[in-house]
Design a protein around this ligand. Structure first.
Ligand code: GLU
Length: 493
């Protein structure tokens, strides 16, 4: 299915890609995909003091990590480029000159002092119209041209038609939003230094690029009437706007650094899965049916619609994100978990192990016991640590030893466990047989099952909290399990 839907994500590279921007990008991407449309990435780098190439690269990397492939934009090109605003200055100039020639824009020669004085006067007389007082609007065009040619500094202002009236925007999220005509002044579209303003450059771009839907944060809602003026002046169709609500922190304030990590990079580096992160962000203000929470990206890309975007601000809840992450990890198949989580995390933790060191069945067994205990990828290395230790390197947790081993009678437990385990031959060393051997001990020793298993667990894993004992011991191997009991015997009373 292909359609004429064209949407864009237009970050300003003045910093990293943040959660709010990432969600805007996700919505644009998903809307394009759901409608067989085109997703455009445009770099709004017109603020030269704050935009950097490095930030652009960080944003592109974040977009790639999020899996939001763009159809047109940096690195991929397209028929409507260039896709960075700094490379489009000639287009803005051309558009402004056309508006000037058509009398839809005019030069303003007012000095900043003049403008400030006019503003103060309008305030003093409580003029309902507080914007630009239109001092230069009626300068004779020939006279204006003469002053421009003579090098007098000027800005270009849009000429809002006298009879324009209120601007009504039928926002796809907020519904009808009415902007009072009184709030529309002849705003600046080109500064005296020859650079376009955001409201002008953005509309020229959106018009040139054939953008059909503008999906962006509702901090831009107040810019919309001005942008509508520019579309009308250019004679270009006004796109559908969808302004999405803010994201709040748990305290109800706008999400910011104070609430913790805000950049996509930080979440990537903390080990969140891209799929889980995208799923979670998509739900911050959009829902599939009001209840489904795990929504794989294919479903998002098929089912996303503007109708299901909420007007209300969404609250970012790191706990829900963690839950989502764990859900995605838990849903991985064995190979994906081993190659995507276990091996890289073990490598990062300095555990020297390669896939080839064990067969597939061994790795599958490892995945089956480690995966459900992995909320964040790094947990995998910690959970699996006892498996990759040896009798010589196993670290004993002091508290676990005190509670589980260094107690009267535990020496006898380990002695009995050793004999029982020794009776399991190498060829039969698997979880079922190991468990069966241990099961018989409590009765034989006339001790509580919990205490017996606790002692063996601490001896084998160094800690009281571990994955199921039988499976863990199968993975460790017979010889090392017996050696561990011998080491632990010295700690038991
Ligand atoms: N560069 C603007 C921003 O980052 C884009 C706004 C828009 O989508 O029109 O906020």
């Amino acid at each position: 299915m292909s359609s004429n839907v064209r949407v864009r994500f237009a970050p300003s590279p003045t910093g990293k890609l943040h959660i709010g921007g990432a969600r805007t990008a996700i919505y644009n991407w998903a809307f394009a995909r759901a409608n067989g449309g085109t997703f455009i990435l445009r770099i709004d780098d017109t603020d030269p003091t704050r935009s950097t190439e490095e930030n652009t690269q960080v944003i592109l990397r974040a977009m790639r990590w999020l899996g939001l492939d763009w159809d047109e934009g940096p690195e991929v090109g397209g028929d409507f480029g260039p896709y960075a605003q700094t490379e489009r200055l000639a287009l803005y100039r051309e558009a402004a000159e056309r508006l000037l020639a058509e009398g839809r824009a005019y030069p303003c020669f007012c000095t900043p002092e003049q403008l400030a004085a006019d503003r103060a006067e309008a305030q003093a007389r409580k003029d309902p119209f507080q914007g630009y007082q239109r001092r230069c609007r009626d300068i004779d065009p020939d006279e204006a041209r003469r002053r421009m040619d003579a090098g007098e500094p000027y800005t270009l202002r849009i000429k809002v038609p006298d009879d324009r009236g209120d601007v009504v925007v039928d926002d796809a999220v907020h519904g009808k939003v009415v902007f009072d005509a009184k709030e529309l002044d002849d705003f600046v579209i080109f500064r005296s230094d020859g650079t376009p303003t955001y409201n002008f450059a953005t509309v020229v771009d959106d018009a040139c690029m054939g953008i059909t839907h503008v999906i962006r944060g509702d901090d831009h809602l107040s810019n919309t009437p001005r942008q509508v003026m520019v579309y009308e002046a250019l004679g270009a169709p006004v796109p559908t706007f969808a302004h999405i609500s803010m994201i709040l922190g748990a305290d109800g304030k706008k999400l910011s650094k104070r609430h913790g990590a805000t950049s996509v990079e930080e979440y990537r580096d903390a080990g969140y899965l891209s799929d889980a992160f995208v799923n979670y962000l998509a739900l911050l203000g959009w829902s599939l049916d009001g209840e489904t929470t795990v929504i794989p990206r294919e479903v998002l890309a098929r089912e996303f619609s503007l109708e299901r975007i909420s007007k209300n601000p969404a609250t970012f809840d790191p706990k829900k994100l963690d839950w989502m992450n764990a859900e995605y990890i838990n849903a991985m198949d064995d190979d994906a978990f081993v190659d995507g989580i276990a091996l890289p995390q073990l490598a990062a933790a300095g555990v020297p192990v390669a896939r080839a060191d064990h067969d597939d069945a061994w790795w599958s067994l490892l995945a089956s016991i480690v995966r459900p205990r992995t909320k964040m990828p790094a947990d995998a290395a910690a959970v699996a640590a006892p498996v990759f230790a040896t009798a010589d390197t196993l670290a004993y947790d002091e508290k676990s030893v005190a509670k589980g081993l260094a107690k009267e009678g535990m020496g006898a437990v380990l002695d009995a466990a050793r004999s029982a385990l020794e009776a399991v031959p190498e060829g039969a060393w698997e979880a079922g047989a190991i468990d069966a051997a241990l099961e018989a001990l409590p009765e034989a020793l006339d001790m509580k099952k919990r205490l017996v298993f606790q002692a063996v667990r601490v001896a084998e894993c160094g800690t009281m909290v571990s994955p199921p004992l039988g499976e863990t011991m199968q993975l460790i191997g017979r010889a090392d399990c017996l050696a561990r009991i011998d080491c632990a015997r010295a700690l038991a009373l």
